[in-house]
Design a protein around this ligand. Sequence first.
Ligand code: NAG
Ligand code: NAG
Ligand code: NAG
Ligand code: NAG
Ligand code: NAG
Ligand code: NAG
Ligand code: NAG
Length: 215
Amino acid sequence: MLRLRLRLRLRLGLGLGFLAVVSVCVVTVESRCSGGCDLALGSYYVWGDSNLSFIGEVMAVRVAEIVSYNPDEIPNQDYVQTDVRINIPFRCDCINNEFLGRVFRYSVRSGDTYERIATLYYSNLTTAAWVQKFNSYGASSIPDNATVNVTVNCSCGDSTVSENYGLFITYPLRTGDTLESVASAANLSTDLVRSYNRNANFSAGSGLVYIPGKV
Ligand SMILES: *[C@@H]1O[C@H](CO)[C@@H](O)[C@H](O)[C@H]1NC(C)=O
Ligand SMILES: *[C@@H]1O[C@H](CO)[C@@H](O)[C@H](O)[C@H]1NC(C)=O
Ligand SMILES: *[C@@H]1O[C@H](CO)[C@@H](O)[C@H](O)[C@H]1NC(C)=O
Ligand SMILES: *[C@@H]1O[C@H](CO)[C@@H](O)[C@H](O)[C@H]1NC(C)=O
Ligand SMILES: *[C@@H]1O[C@H](CO)[C@@H](O)[C@H](O)[C@H]1NC(C)=O
Ligand SMILES: *[C@@H]1O[C@H](CO)[C@@H](O)[C@H](O)[C@H]1NC(C)=O
Ligand SMILES: *[C@@H]1O[C@H](CO)[C@@H](O)[C@H](O)[C@H]1NC(C)=O
């Protein structure tokens, strides 16, 4: 009887130990992000057949608000020239306690693919793989008229780099970009821009970097 009780206690002890390990892991996952921030910007490259009402619709923001963030690029609210970048404001959430991003809801048009949604409609602010990851539909079985989740990553800064910047632009790199060209377009030093994107290859022609922005 005593032996049984001892064994039981031992098992319980091991069980508690296991629970402790599990909860440490859960705590680690939880600490990857918390809260997010009210404002982030997405650098949207205005492609040929797009227009402000379409961009406002997919990015879930009023056209007037887009205009207010881009006085130089959009002097007239009825028209935006193509092949320029404009900044789109959006809220940056802590998603699943794992990373900072915003999940937009996109209403599928007949024939849409994750590739088209990511590289055209969301102007490479995300990738086909990253869009698909948050949807139950397979790549070749998106129903017409479905609503899909489109996740765009964002940043709220990095206190280990600087407390001075709290607003960040999610910036899809394009062919021809370099660290120098990106920094100079933002009127920032290459050192500062690099410090927020330590491992990025700015000349890769694709991929996301984060640029400190002004309100
Ligand atoms: C705006 O762009 C979308 C996407 O290309 C297109 O479907 C829509 O017809 C355009 N609207 C206008 C008014 O041009
Ligand atoms: C997105 O990136 C692809 C591959 O680099 C490019 O072909 C496409 O034109 C880009 N999309 C936009 C809207 O610029
Ligand atoms: C978004 O961030 C997650 C987590 O850091 C990363 O795994 C993913 O590749 C990123 N997506 C894009 C499109 O950069
Ligand atoms: C979109 O994300 C929500 C919340 O995570 C989820 O409930 C829903 O099923 C997702 N949509 C698709 C099409 O998978
Ligand atoms: C999708 O929506 C369009 C317009 O509302 C409608 O004509 C069409 O029948 C719908 N298709 C499906 C598969 O529900
Ligand atoms: C660029 O930054 C410098 C110093 O930070 C400032 O003096 C200058 O006015 C800025 N130029 C523009 C175009 O914002
Ligand atoms: C960055 O990407 C460019 C274009 O793909 C490539 O030529 C270059 O070698 C890369 N640089 C590094 C350091 O990986």
